[in-house]
Design a protein around this ligand. Structure first.
Ligand SMILES: Nc1ncnc2c1ncn2[C@@H]1O[C@H](COP(=O)(O)OP(=O)(O)OP(=O)(O)O)[C@@H](O)[C@H]1O
Ligand SMILES: [Mg+2]
Length: 318
């Protein structure tokens, strides 16, 4: 893998209106690399993706840098930033319907989007769309193309949005829970397709998921988010196989298995007010907290070999 990052996010803080919802988020993405972001609901995963994409109304970047190919996107005039983002990033939204106008046929929407990216060719349109649909496990292309998104199930819309991302062949795919509405068999096919996309076209990807097994299967690196901060980052073997942060360990312990009792889960809720200025946000729920945890400033420390964690306390039954 080429080690010069394509995208470097440094010290990124962002929020909606008055509230800061993510803080000090830093990571890099090399060409062809797949980064999976995991963490409980409300931890800021979608906000990170939307901040990188830069097209969400009401989302304000408070500080930090988003450097793409050596250029800080946040220093560009908004229109220029939007143009570069639309050329570079393919975005698959958390709500599968959000990518499309619900009452306009897929045929029209696919043609328009491909045209706006200079990738439309009338002769090959149907064949190329059929290939992309097939990769996402979708049959009967003419019928789907003549339908409107409101006529499709959530899982079908999700795959159609991914098929469009395949056709646009951008450098970086930002996909927010791209398999959440899919059943287990098709999830596997879509995950394999995302991996193949990386292998064949070198498309780098940031994938948000609640599914740790998907992250293990897909990711080159996994980032665990809690209350708007990245609390652990490393390879899947490091983060999911040898987790250091008490929150990562608790998250893994909460995974239900097919045979066996439902796990106890993790008591309490993440704070909804976003990251605090000082102190570990997880300490209220943490079984290994100490007195100093409420004041310790946030920082990632190296656990060796590219594995980073904001805490490495052990014990407490997790
Ligand atoms: N448009 C918005 N306006 C105000 N607050 C928002 C908005 N979108 C998200 N938030 C808040 O920002 C915080 C982070 O939300 P975000 O959607 O990034 O979480 P998430 O990790 O993607 O959660 P989930 O797993 O449920 O999708 C939450 O507290 C949420 O309420
Ligand atoms: Mg989300």
């Amino acid at each position: 893998m080429n080690e010069t990052p394509l995208l470097t996010v440094s010290g990124l803080s962002a929020g909606y209106g008055a509230g800061r919802m993510i803080a000090d988020v830093s990571f890099s993405l090399c060409p062809g690399e797949i980064l999976c972001l995991v963490g409980e609901s409300g931890c800021g995963k979608s906000t990170v993706l939307k901040s990188v994409m830069g097209t969400t109304p009401g989302l304000e970047i408070l500080s930090g840098e988003i450097v793409l190919n050596g250029q800080d996107l946040l220093r560009l005039p908004p229109r220029e930033r939007r143009r570069i983002a639309c050329d570079t990033f393919g975005m698959v939204f958390q709500s599968p319907g959000a990518a499309f106008n619900p009452i306009r046929s897929y045929r029209k929407q696919f043609a328009e989007t491909l045209k706006s990216h200079g990738k439309y060719d009338r002769e090959t349109f149907e064949t190329r769309v059929a290939e992309a649909f097939e990769k996402m496990g979708l049959a009967d292309v003419p019928r789907i193309l003549s339908c409107c998104p409101y006529e499709m199930s959530g899982g079908m819309n999700q795959r159609i949005a991914l098929a469009l991302a395949l056709l646009l062949e951008q450098d970086i795919l930002l996909a927010d829970e791209p398999t959440s509405a899919l059943d287990a068999t098709i999830q596997r096919q879509v995950a394999e397709e995302l991996r193949r996309l990386r292998d064949v076209s070198g498309m780098a990807q940031i994938i948000v998921t609640h599914n740790l097994a998907l992250a293990q299967f897909l990711a080159d690196r996994v980032g665990v988010m809690y209350a708007g901060r990245l609390v652990e980052l490393g390879t899947p073997d490091q983060v999911l196989g040898d987790p250091r942060h008490p929150y990562s360990r608790a998250l893994i312990a909460a995974i239900p298995t097919l045979r066996g009792d439902m796990p106890r889960g993790l008591a309490g809720q993440p704070p909804l007010s976003g990251p605090a200025d000082a102190g570990c946000e997880f300490c209220e729920r943490c079984p290994v907290r100490e007195n100093g945890c409420t004041e310790r400033p946030y920082a990632l420390s190296s656990a060796g070999g590219g594995h980073w964690t904001a805490c490495d306390r052990t014990g407490g039954g997790i």
